[in-house]
Design a protein around this ligand. Structure first.
Ligand code: HEC
Ligand code: HEC
Length: 363
């Protein structure tokens, strides 16, 4: 042991100062290289962390409820209200008005496929779309009808009275034929609708009546996005295939259909995306209301696009909109007075079409 140590010391001592010098430099170089490697490694790790894409979980597409979206929400406590039904009895024609209300609420019992008055409609009730027998605020109610009819309507290009407007919903929304204008039933419906609106200001569409116009989106409505929302928010009641669900008595629907052969046809108001979106935003899922909004505007537009892309009965519409300049921006059938396509008129974006329409009117 001792010898070895002495020998190595001797060895050391034997090195020339030049050799030692080189050795020191070599050590220094090694240290610097190691330090450099460590620094590069640290930098590399850092960059990786900053730019690495978030790891995707392999879960199925999840429904993420949207941010609260109140851009089109009207909170108007002064909106028009329907008169109290207990007041019907003081009217001279109380019996007729009550019968009209009954027909709006239980249309299918009288006019559906098993109707006791006639079999002439698809099994839906007026009330399925005109909620609470046409009285619900922002629920497509009838409060503006008596004050504004008769009136000129572009769809028919003629002055329409209440009978004509009711017949339209029988032929389009109920995909059937209208009862005779002279029938007791048509008279009753007209009397009830007139009674609802008789206290409203003449010539005006009061706040809360009819369907709310939502703001247009900047983009076209997207049926694919709408489908995702539909499957989460609507399917439970209206069914995977939009078929709805009959009541146990088989006379009318517990959950009305949204597409397919028993639904409204392609000439109905709800077939226009703006009508569907405005109706749904304020009224669906069931029990939603202007005080309890459950969908964002985007969801309402996208579901409208999805539902109205599904098959449904078709009506001969060749006599509709005789003046093509009078077509609304979301009427999906040409010819048009503007340069936009049927696809753009169906799904939007509607803002640009509305702009163009305004310009054409000024000329
Ligand atoms: C599938 C849905 C649906 C059904 C069912 C339906 N309607 Fe309609 N109805 C509409 C839509 C949509 C409008 C247009 C509302 C708008 O543009 O603001 C409308 C408009 C009307 C109007 C004019 C309202 C106004 O303020 O100008 C009357 C009157 C009417 N419907 C009566 C009836 C009657 C009566 C029945 C039953 C025989 C019926 N509707 C069934 C969807 C429906
Ligand atoms: C909890 C059950 C339920 C859910 C969920 C629901 N609805 Fe409805 N929906 C109804 C009922 C019930 C009616 C008929 C209302 C009446 O007669 O009073 C209706 C009526 C409708 C109507 C008008 C009638 C028709 O069949 O055309 C449309 C459109 C509609 N719903 C769309 C939707 C959409 C879109 C969703 C999802 C955002 C939805 N609903 C979610 C129960 C539901």
């Amino acid at each position: 042991m001792c010898r070895v140590k002495i020998m190595s010391e001797e060895n050391e001592n034997n090195k020339t100062s030049e050799e030692r010098y080189i050795e020191i430099i070599q050590r220094l170089v090694k240290t610097v290289v190691v330090l450099l490697l460590i620094i590069i490694a640290l930098v590399a790790l850092n960059i990786y962390d900053l730019t690495a894409p978030p790891k995707k979980k392999k879960t199925p597409i999840e429904y993420v409820p949207p941010k609260a979206d109140t851009s089109s929400v009207i909170i108007d406590s002064t909106h028009a209200n329907a008169p109290d039904t207990s007041l019907i009895k003081i009217e001279k024609n109380a019996e007729l008005i009550s019968y009209g209300r009954e027909l709006i609420a239980h249309t299918s019992d009288y006019f559906g496929p098993k109707g006791k008055a006639a079999k002439l409609s698809n099994g839906m009730n007026c009330q399925n779309c005109h909620l609470d027998a046409g009285t619900k605020p922002f629920g497509n109610n009838y409060l503006a009808v008596a004050p504004t009819y008769p009136k000129f309507r572009e769809r028919s290009g003629s002055i329409e009275n209440i009978f004509k407007r009711v017949s339209d919903c029988f032929e389009r929304s109920l995909n059937g034929t209208a009862p005779d204008t002279n029938s007791k039933e048509m008279l009753a419906i007209k009397e009830y609708i007139s009674w609802l609106g008789k206290g409203m200001p003449k010539g005006k569409k009061s706040s809360g009546s009819g369907i709310v116009d939502l703001k247009f989106m900047d983009r076209a409505a997207d049926p694919e996005k709408g489908k995702t929302v539909y499957m989460v928010r609507c399917k439970t009641c209206h069914g995977e295939n939009g078929e709805g669900k009959m009541n146990d008595n088989g006379l009318s629907y517990q959950y009305p259909p949204l597409w397919g052969q028993h639904s409204y046809n392609n000439g109905a108001g709800l077939y226009r995306l703006s009508r569907f979106a405005g109706y749904v935003k304020y009224n669906m899922p069931q029990n939603a209301s202007y005080k309890n909004i459950q969908l964002s505007d985007e969801e309402a537009w996208d579901i409208a696009a999805f539902v109205n892309s599904q098959p449904r009965p078709e009506k001969d519409l060749s006599k509709d909109w005789p003046n093509i300049e009078g077509k609304p921006v979301d009427h999906p059938f040409g010819p048009y007075a503007d340069k936009f396509t049927e696809l753009e008129h169906k799904y939007g974006p509607f803002g640009q079409i509305a702009e163009e329409k305004k310009k054409m009117k000024k000329k």
